[in-house]
Design a protein around this ligand. Structure first.
Ligand code: ADP
Ligand code: ASP
Ligand code: MG
Length: 427
């Protein structure tokens, strides 16, 4: 069934179940399936839901570290990597965990079978290494459900229009899970190595506080600004298709499930915080073009060249030109795209006095829907960073987010200070 066709069906079923989930997608990340003992633990969570009578589809990641290992093998080949072949290699990790989980579930008396992305199929776009889900045929999984069979689906992988294996970008198993939930009309539980979404990365700031609920919009900003607890695309998809999404701890006792964090519509959140969370990303790089011509069409040529090279540009600042003829332009790109970005600017013969590129920068973002109606949030951010003697290099904002680019060595200090300044540990 196409993703969009499933929305009405899901809503009807959820209502019919009067608050009880009838269809459930459970996703387990890499650390949750890192070895056989952990897979056995995961199987107990699945058995609990299956015992309760629910129809269950499970999405698994590769064992933690495995995708990195496979990526490194492709790099070791020492030649330019063809993305289609990259996908063949890196999609393999998920196939192992689907089979292992099915074997363990069967051993517990739970009928289960593994599927490959191409067998279902999970159809995607043809952009190898960063494909997008186009359509999922849920009929084979639903047929299995009629026989009370648990479907085990590999995250991250699909099949492109040319019939070849694709992958959805790093962290893409979250998106596989939400896509499957949208198509099946199911709720989606993301089990991971933390017990929910926190005010900031609990591994960076020990005072971070777990949130009971967070809106799709805020989660989308946090994810896209670096909170890797959910892949950005998965949140976007959950928001568009209205998929109820929960983040939960996989290491919890399977017989005492914990509530985790619910990602939901804004109007389901009673107490709206001015700032709900802080995200950071050290995967940033800064490019400055000194002395570019200050005339119409220049920005279009620069960013057109970057778009053609598939480089995503994030923050942009252009200085006021002193003499009306030349100006300076600064923008940020992902660290992994820096070389491609510099090559794109240089090969398009964009005239400038000098091109400066810099890594060692980090983006820190404060996010909250309450910002729409409260003044002074940005001021507090700038004041807090100033007190810590942290220099702001670039600023960008959206309706519910303020981001600053700083020296990456100061990331932890900045996030910690902002967490305190907005009183997030007690809110
Ligand atoms: P998985 O392998 O299960 O997909 P990830 O490593 O991708 O897990 O995501 C979970 C990690 O996300 C956590 O271990 C935590 O360090 C990190 N993280 C970053 N920001 C947050 C946040 N705001 N709340 C919770 N976890 C966060
Ligand atoms: N295994 C893939 C990765 O490490 C996908 C995922 O785990 O979400 O990126
Ligand atoms: Mg992940």
């Amino acid at each position: 069934m196409a993703l969009s066709g499933a929305i009405a069906k899901r809503n009807a079923e959820i209502k019919r179940a009067a608050g009880k989930v009838a269809r459930l997608v459970m996703k387990f990340g890499g650390t949750s399936v890192a070895d056989i003992d952990r897979i056995r633990h995961v199987a107990r969570h699945i058995k609990r839901e299956w015992d309760a009578g629910h129809d269950v589809a499970v999405v698994v990641s590769a064992m933690s570290g495995e995708t990195n290992r496979l990526v490194a093998l492709t790099a070791e080949c020492g030649v330019t990597v063809d993305n289609a072949e990259y996908d063949v290699v890196v999609a393999a990790g998920e196939q192992v965990t689907t089979g292992l989980l099915a074997i363990i579930l069967q051993g517990m008396g739970v009928p289960a079978r593994s599927w490959a992305g191409w067998q279902i199929p999970i159809l995607t776009s043809e952009d190898h290494a960063r494909a997008r889900i186009a359509e999922i045929d849920t009929a084979p999984l639903e047929k299995g459900w009629k026989a009370r069979e648990v479907a085990i689906v590999p995250g991250f992988q699909g099949i492109g229009p040319d019939g070849r294996v694709t992958t959805l970008g790093r962290g893409g198993s979250d998106t596989s899970a939400v896509g499957l939930a949208a198509a099946l009309g199911a709720e989606c539980d993301i089990y991971t190595d933390v017990d929910g979404v926190y005010t900031t990365d609990p591994r960076l700031v020990s005072e971070a506080r777990k949130l009971d609920k967070i809106s799709y919009e805020e989660m989308l900003e946090l994810a896209s600004q670096g909170a890797k607890v959910l892949q950005t695309r998965s949140v976007e998809m959950a928001m568009v298709h209205g998929v109820p999404l929960r983040v939960l701890l996989s290491f919890a006792d399977p017989l005492k499930p914990e509530p985790g964090t619910l990602v939901c519509k804004e109007d389901e959140i009673v107490e709206k915080q001015v700032v709900s969370g802080i995200a950071y990303s050290r995967d940033e790089a800064k490019i400055t073009l000194l002395g570019v011509a200050d005339e119409p069409g220049v920005a279009s040529r620069i960013f057109g060249a970057l778009a053609d090279a598939s480089v995503n540009v994030d923050m942009i600042v252009q200085n006021i030109s002193e003499d009306g003829r030349v100006t300076d332009l600064t923008f940020t790109v992902g660290k992994a795209d820096l070389e491609r970005a510099v090559a794109a600017v240089e090969s398009n013969k964009i005239k400038c006095r000098e091109l400066l590129s810099q890594t060692g920068v980090a983006k820190v973002s404060v996010v909250g829907i309450g910002m729409r109606s409260h003044a002074g949030v940005a001021q507090k951010m700038f004041e807090t960073l100033a007190k810590k003697d942290i220099n702001i290099q670039v600023i960008s904002t959206s309706e519910i987010k303020i981001s600053v680019l700083i020296n990456s060595d100061q990331t932890q200090e900045a996030v910690q200070a902002l967490h305190e300044a907005y009183e997030l540990e007690t809110a």
